[in-house]
Design a binder for this molecule. Structure first.
Ligand SMILES: Nc1ncnc2c1ncn2[C@@H]1O[C@H](COP(=O)(O)OP(=O)(O)OP(=O)(O)O)[C@@H](O)[C@H]1O
Ligand SMILES: [Mg+2]
Length: 231
């Protein structure tokens, strides 16, 4: 199980959003930190095949990001997730499951399991437009898990979660990260301390730090702020 990013670069007009990033990822939870505009979302979209890099490659066990086989192993929660307001949570998961190729029976079973997992069982038949921000976020996390992804990419998954759900989320992710590759971005340094095995820090499109968070234990926030001091 190896996800290889090889010299990924992406430029928008005169702005280099991702600047020659190379990285080998194995199972575990990776926490991506960086200021607004550092390039986290751009990098994640490239890893998900939603955005094509100008140069460089993404491969998972030798399979290219552009292939169907890669997509089948991928789960993705985008930063700006488009919901269908008139769908219920259950409708939405069944619909997403169909897009991912699950059969009707599989979809129903998986949707129930995931709604339970993200504490939305009671709200399963409520329209999404009536959900709170945190409930929508949890539904977004649930849809990313429909196909039991080996590569799970979550762009600011904890945004809007209350403390109880945040803890619940950490436990879910820790479990998934034992057997799979999880990359999540966050602005909350304590999220990283509690969830991530490895810290990835981005600045101006570059990877400026990569390592076990324990090495920075206690002062990760201080370390982070130092990297962005002059901004
Ligand atoms: N579609 C686009 N067109 C032009 N520039 C873009 C586009 N998307 C992103 N950028 C620029 O690329 C850079 C990286 O943006 P990106 O969204 O990847 O950052 P981020 O680290 O996810 O930030 P945030 O923490 O705010 O989510 C920024 O300078 C941004 O303005
Ligand atoms: Mg972003």
């Amino acid at each position: 199980m190896e996800l290889i990013l090889d010299r990924l670069t992406k430029q928008y007009h005169n702005k280099i959003a991702v600047d020659c990033i190379s990285l080998n990822l194995h199972k575990g939870v990776y926490g991506l930190l960086g200021a607004n505009g550092a390039g986290k979302t751009t990098l994640m979209r490239i890893i998900c095949g939603v955005l094509k890099a100008d140069s460089g490659t993404v491969t998972y066990d030798g399979v290219d990001v552009s292939s169907e086989a890669y997509r089948a192993k991928l789960g993705y929660l985008p930063q700006d997730f488009g919901y269908y307001p008139d769908f219920t949570g259950m409708d939405f998961l069944i619909y997403m499951a169909a897009l991912k190729g699950l059969t009707k029976i599989q979809a129903k079973r998986k949707a129930n399991e995931l709604l339970e997992l993200v504490s939305l069982k009671e709200e399963a038949h409520k329209k999404i437009k009536k959900y709170s921000g945190g409930m929508k976020q949890r539904l977004g996390i649930a849809q990313a898990l429909l196909n039991n992804p080996q590569i799970l990419i979550l762009d600011e998954p904890t945004a809007g979660l209350d403390p109880k759900e945040r803890v619940r989320f950490r436990n879910i992710i820790a479990k998934i990260g034992k057997e799979n590759i999880v990359i999540l971005s966050t602005h909350i340094v304590s999220d990283i301390e509690h969830i991530a095995d490895t810290v990835l820090m981005m600045k101006d499109g570059r990877l400026i730090y990569q390592g076990k968070w324990q090495e920075k234990s206690g002062d990760l926030e201080e370390f982070y702020l130092k990297q962005f001091e002059e901004d």
